[in-house]
Design a protein around this ligand. Structure first.
Ligand code: F6P
Length: 363
């Protein structure tokens, strides 16, 4: 067996999500309780290593936090490897060097990183720098490569589905088209699952560019069939067929000149321009990331946490804990880093949604 970790640090990085505290609790409890390891809390993500915000995480700190939203460790979007003026602190300290110094100053044998895509990439780069790291996949976007599921996703699906349910009754009463925008810049997992669970009539995800004419036809067909209201679930990264033909730069320029505050509003305006329907928009926003984790997220966050402690004990560093085909397994960080898990166009849920009459704006 390789060397087991005796002392390790734990941090949460990137956007918060429900289940972070459940995972912190699981890591700490299993580490003290089963293996007698020392756990150091690193505050505010990678920034805490750079700024020396590191202190022992006591068992009292992790008591009673299973159900609590957010993260007791705080978080930041610090990217220490990002090439910019920012990679040097004002006093001229290189951030990566500062992290390496902190790693040895606090006698860490490993850093456990609870993070999304960007944070797993940083973890992989730190591995290349010679540090021991273990990743845990968190994000409401469910877009981390190498794992079927991330914790936070199910809670966000619950929240978005409840919002869709509530919009349904008001849309029905007023015979309105309700556009609900949910999070997901690159990946449409949240829009797909909440839209499917909430019976959305039209679901627009970034992976399937939409044709406004297809949306119009579907709305008119429903109205002719006696349903004068509709629910349109839009991922915040939704893109039209025309926009999909543009280069990244051209799209950026187009979006800059766009008068709509977000994609939900843009699609609502397009619908209004070509129909006489009454359209309203609801942007769900940060509620999707807040509050108590769902039971499912509590379960996987805890299981990911205990699996990380087994890896710490085995000295199996450089991996992200993942759930693949219902098994919890380690995946090498370099296989995960820099990749996105997008919704495949032939995903089973898309197929099933189409079978119950859902439109994806592409037919
Ligand atoms: O956590 C991921 C995510 O929710 C994205 O879907 C969203 O675009 C982003 O975070 C926004 O977060 P922030 O405003 O904190 O950067």
């Amino acid at each position: 067996m390789k060397n087991a970790a005796q002392t390790f640090g734990i941090l949460t990085s990137g956007g918060d999500c429900p289940g972070l505290n459940a995972a912190i609790r699981a890591v700490a409890k299993a580490a003290y309780g089963i293996y007698g390891m020392n756990v150091m809390g690193i505050y505010n993500g990678y920034k805490g290593l750079i700024d020396g915000e590191v202190r022992p995480l006591e068992s009292a700190d992790v008591s009673g936090i299973l159900t609590r939203g957010g993260t007791i460790l705080g978080t930041s979007r610090e990217k220490p490897f990002k090439a910019s003026k920012d990679s040097e602190k004002p006093e001229g300290i290189n951030k990566v060097e500062a992290i390496k110094e902190a790693y040895s100053r606090y006698n860490l044998d490993c850093i456990v990183v609870l993070g999304g895509n960007g944070s797993q990439k940083t973890a992989s780069l730190l591995k290349q720098e010679g540090l021991n790291v273990i990743g845990l996949p968190k994000t409401i976007d469910n877009d981390i490569y190498g794992t079927d599921i991330t914790f936070g996703f199910h809670s966000a699906v619950d929240i978005a589905t409840e919002a869709i349910d509530r919009l349904h009754s008001t849309a029905h009463s007023h015979n309105r088209v309700m556009v609900i925008e949910v999070m997901g810049h690159d990946a449409g997992w949240l829009a797909l699952y909440s839209g499917f669970a909430g019976g959305g009539d039209i679901i627009i995800i970034p992976e399937i560019p939409y044709d406004i004419e297809s949306i119009r036809k579907h709305l008119v067909k429903r109205a002719k069939g006696g349903k004068a209201f509709s629910i349109v679930v839009v991922a915040e990264g939704a893109i039209s067929v025309e926009e999909a033909k543009l280069s990244k730069e051209e799209l950026k320029k187009k979006r800059k000149n766009d008068k709509s505050p977000s994609r939900g509003y843009a699609i609502a305006r397009e619908i209004e321009a070509i129909t006489d329907m009454d359209v309203r928009v609801s942007v769900l926003g940060y509620q999707q990331r807040g509050g108590s984790p769902s039971p499912y997220d509590r379960v996987i966050a805890t299981q990911f946490g205990t699996a990380a402690v087994e890896l710490l004990h085995e000295g199996s560093f450089g991996n992200m804990v993942a759930k693949v085909n219902n098994e919890i397994i380690p995946v090498p960080l370099e296989e995960v880093a820099g990749k996105l898990k997008l919704v495949p166009k032939d995903h089973r849920v898309i197929r099933d949604a189409r079978m119950v009459g859902t439109c994806f704006g592409d037919d």
